[in-house]
Ligand binder design. Structure first.
Ligand code: HEM
Length: 214
């Protein structure tokens, strides 16, 4: 049985709500480490960065679900909504740490959002995430209709691009990580826009003749 089939059969047994549990537990655990000074000399910044990085990772993973299935056969489709909604709550935690613990007052929040371009673009990404989180349920799909819902959820691309630019803009000196994220998001966007169709199973190892097919 090829690797993706083995993983898929394991994934089928995992309920989607585990993503929410694991994501929520991680957010609480990181907060506990920061609150008990186990995150180095600047726990608030460290917490902001931890939440920001996981938020970005989940946004990019959400984008990669369809190509991953097409290219490798790895099927994370049933987790896509949970990944997206968890990404929203992790970014919300990121924003709240910044607003309540780092900046602290509404006045300063506004000044930072207006004055610092990396915060402005982060805010744009966060604001675009809100309607996606709110409509990540079957009721909204029925109310909006599939076509409108899919159009709205295309916002995932500007969200990912803004989040990567936010990261690129804030890092000091040269760091490879933001460029890796940028490369992945641009690749996914370019392939999607080009309507490029990978012959399915491109990276799926050929089933051995006579081996059980999926
Ligand atoms: C989708 C939305 C967002 C994503 C994915 C995101 C992601 C990130 C990432 C990856 C980092 C860098 C972590 C590192 O240095 O290792 C970061 C840092 C930061 N973000 Fe965001 N962010 C988002 C929205 C926001 C918003 C809305 C704000 C505030 C309005 C914000 C404020 C900050 C600040 C102040 C830092 C710097 C932390 C530091 O190094 O001290 N971010 N963010």
């Amino acid at each position: 049985m090829i690797l993706s089939q083995t993983i898929n059969s394991g994934l089928r047994k995992i309920p989607t709500w585990t993503i929410y549990i694991v994501g929520g537990a991680w957010v609480v655990w990181m907060f506990y480490l920061a609150a008990t000074n186990q995150m180095g000399p600047e726990p608030i910044n460290a917490l902001e960065r931890e939440y920001g990085e996981l938020g970005l990772k989940l946004i990019v993973l959400g984008l990669a679900v369809t190509p991953l299935r097409r290219w490798t056969g790895l099927n994370l489709m049933k987790f896509r909504r949970a990944i997206g909604v968890t990404a929203f709550f992790v970014v919300l935690a990121h924003f709240l740490v910044w607003a309540l613990l780092d900046v602290g007052t509404f006045g300063r929040m506004w000044t930072e959002i207006v004055k610092r371009p990396y915060v402005t673009v982060g805010m744009a990404s966060f604001i675009m995430l809100i309607p996606l989180a709110v409509t990540s349920n079957n009721l909204s799909i029925r109310k909006l209709g599939g076509a409108t819902w899919r159009k709205l959820h295309k916002l995932t691309y500007p969200i990912a691009l803004c989040a990567v630019v936010h990261y690129l803009w804030l890092v000091k000196g040269f760091q490879i990580e933001p460029f890796v994220y940028l490369g992945i998001v641009i690749l996914l966007l370019a392939l999607r826009q080009s309507g490029f169709k990978w012959p399915t199973g491109t990276f799926k190892p050929r089933a051995i003749k006579g081996a059980a097919s999926e």
